[in-house]
Structures are given as structure tokens and as C-alpha cells.
Write a protein that binds this ligand. Sequence first.
Ligand SMILES: C[S@@+](CC[C@H](N)C(=O)[O-])C[C@H]1O[C@@H](n2cnc3c(N)ncnc32)[C@H](O)[C@@H]1O
Length: 373
Amino acid sequence: MEDSDPGMWDYPEHTEAKHDILGKYLDAWYPIIASGYGRVLFIDGFAGRGVYNDSSPGSPIIAMGRLLNHSAWSRMSHREFVFVFIEHDAENVESLRQAIADFRADWEAEHGPWPSNVKYDVNEGTFTDHATEICDYLDEQYANLAPTFAFVDPFGWTGMPMSLLARLLNYPSCEVFINFMVGFVNRFVTHPHQGSNMNELFGLDVDAILADYDGGDRVDHLRDVYMRQLTDVAGFPHVRWFAMKNSTGNIGYYLLHGTRSALGVEKMKDAMWRTAPDGDYSFSDRLAGIDVLFQPEPDLGPLRKALVKTYSGKKGVIVNPDLQEWAILHTPYRKPHLTQVLRDMEKEDPPPFTANRPNGKRQFAAGVTLDFG
Ligand SMILES: C[S@@+](CC[C@H](N)C(=O)[O-])C[C@H]1O[C@@H](n2cnc3c(N)ncnc32)[C@H](O)[C@@H]1O
């Protein structure tokens, strides 16, 4: 099947959910990144057709639309936003160009002339070739990449070398959002003809990928090795995963977010929890050995368990920011989840901690500390 075959461009619920997360995250990311000066880049390395069979917009249109229709757009106009779309299939490129032209015409009809600080470029070819070209150009100029959000969303597992992600995104304000097709990777990792593809994907040869595999769930293992490489090779200290599970409970793919910013982790998690699909697909993460399902009424048990395990016996634990930062960076949960768990724990008899609230501080406000038993 070709990448432009109509069969590839239906719009299943999990794709809608993925787009929802992308859009919600960009809603938060644009104003944060726009607080600086200069150029901002959005690179869509596997950009697609721009439109699905049911007319739903693809990721390039979502990315531009979330910026241009943002409620804070007028406060971001001092920055130059450059959208780099890369797509290797000629038919898809043509469709994408048309989708962008249609989007632009609609936007201009409603808002007036296209803003001069928003540029876009549709590049026909592979992510590897075009991203390498960008890196070579930057090297020649002795320049660093502008703050960048890179979306890496292939149909399969090839064409996204770890070494290239590392080279392209090795600057402080760069982030990556990857669709990691772990099912395929698991199926083909030991295939005799896939050695070089796996090596490229992970930046490790197959023996090294499987070196510390203990015979347990190989999907978990492959995810963990890939994430470790994103940290060690691509330099992202914070990498979080979210499993996209189908109705049979099998993992279709992982969405991986790599960032160097704790705020980025927090905002991506917010986007995930706010999307929380409850149809045929679900998201999950894991904490304290328990699956955490992203849903409107989440099970906070794993958070309580991990909290007690981590802080048992510790005195003077600062809630804001230390405990909040722990929850953001080391658990799948959000700050409001932590607050809820602390509230519930304080009502237990006996409570697992005593709270010190100097000068009548509010419940878990800055300045409040906890002594765990
Ligand atoms: C999952 S689709 C992308 C969907 C798009 N990101 C969206 O959310 O609307 C993957 C796309 O990558 C393209 N593609 C496959 N291999 C590629 C490569 N090596 N470099 C760039 N594009 C590639 C395919 O033609 C296909 O359009």
C-alpha cells in the first residue's frame, strides 16, 4: 500500500485524540515560547496530506491554526513563526499544499491579510534528508536552531534516526513529540533484514537494544530503551510516555514527549489528561507498578502509594514547589491530582503526615511543609 492510498487516510478515534493532544499542547507552548524574541520553529517531519478522508485537518493545519486562532495571538506577533513541513510522498505533498492554500484562504477571508511573521515551507523528500540539510546549514553558519517543536509521526519505524534527532534538537528550547510505533518495532526487532533500521532508530545495534532484556514484556523494554536513548543521546532530561491502547487493551503506539523544561512536562500532561479519550481508545501510563488510565475520574491510588513510598519518614517536605515538581516529573499525574491526594490523606485516621502551616497559610500553599511518619 502506498502512503497516499485513501485507505491510509481514514480518521480513527485515536488519530483524533493524538491531534487533540497536539493542539492542546501547542495552545500552551506558543505563548510560553513567544515570551522570548526571534524565530520559533515547528517542524513536522512526517507531515502527511493535510486533510483526512472525512475532511478533518492534518497536523500541519492544526499547528498553524492553533497559532493563528490563538486567543493570545496579538501578544505573539513580535516573533517570527516558521513552519517546516516535510513529506516524502509526491501525492501527499500536493494534497498538503492544497490543504494549506485552502486554510489560508479561509483564514484571510475571516481575518484579513496573512501575517508577515508567519511563514511556511512544504518540502518534498524525506525527514532525514531535509533535517540533515537544516543541520548542515546551521553548522555552516555556526548557528543554533531556534526554539523548536518537532513532531515525528511516521506510519512505521524507519526514517527517524536517533542520531539525527540528537543533532537537530540538541538545543535548550527544542522539544520532540514522537509517535513510537512499538508494535512494529517489537515484531521486527530481531528480523534478519531489519538490523540497520533498528540501529538507526535506536542509535544502538540489536544486541545492545536487547542486552538487558529480562524476558518480561518486550514492548515495555523497547519503550524504555528508546526513552533512555532520547535522554542519553538526544539530551532530553524529561521524556514521558503515554500508551495509546485499543479496545482489546493492546498498545497501538506510544506518544513520547521529550523536553528540557519541567513546565513543558506539566503542559503536555495537562493536554493528555484533558483529552482523556473514553471511547475505543485509551491512554495510560504506569506508576508504582499500577496502570494509570487517563480518564475524567482517575484512580489516584498509585499516586498515594508512590508518595508514601518516596517520602515516608521525611520531615519538612515543601509542597510547593518540591512535592509538586516530584509529581510532575516522576508520576503521570497533574498538580490538582496531588492536591486532591494530600487533602484525602490529611483526613485519614491517623494521617500519614502532619502539615506545618506558618501564619495561617492556606491548605497546601507555598510555605507549607509536611512531616511524613
Ligand atoms: C502518519 S502519516 C502523518 C500524519 C500527519 N502527521 C498528521 O498528523 O496529519 C505519516 C506520513 O509520513 C510520510 N512519510 C513516510 N516516510 C517518510 C519519510 N521518511 N520522510 C518524510 N515523510 C515520510 C507518509 O507519506 C505519510 O504521509
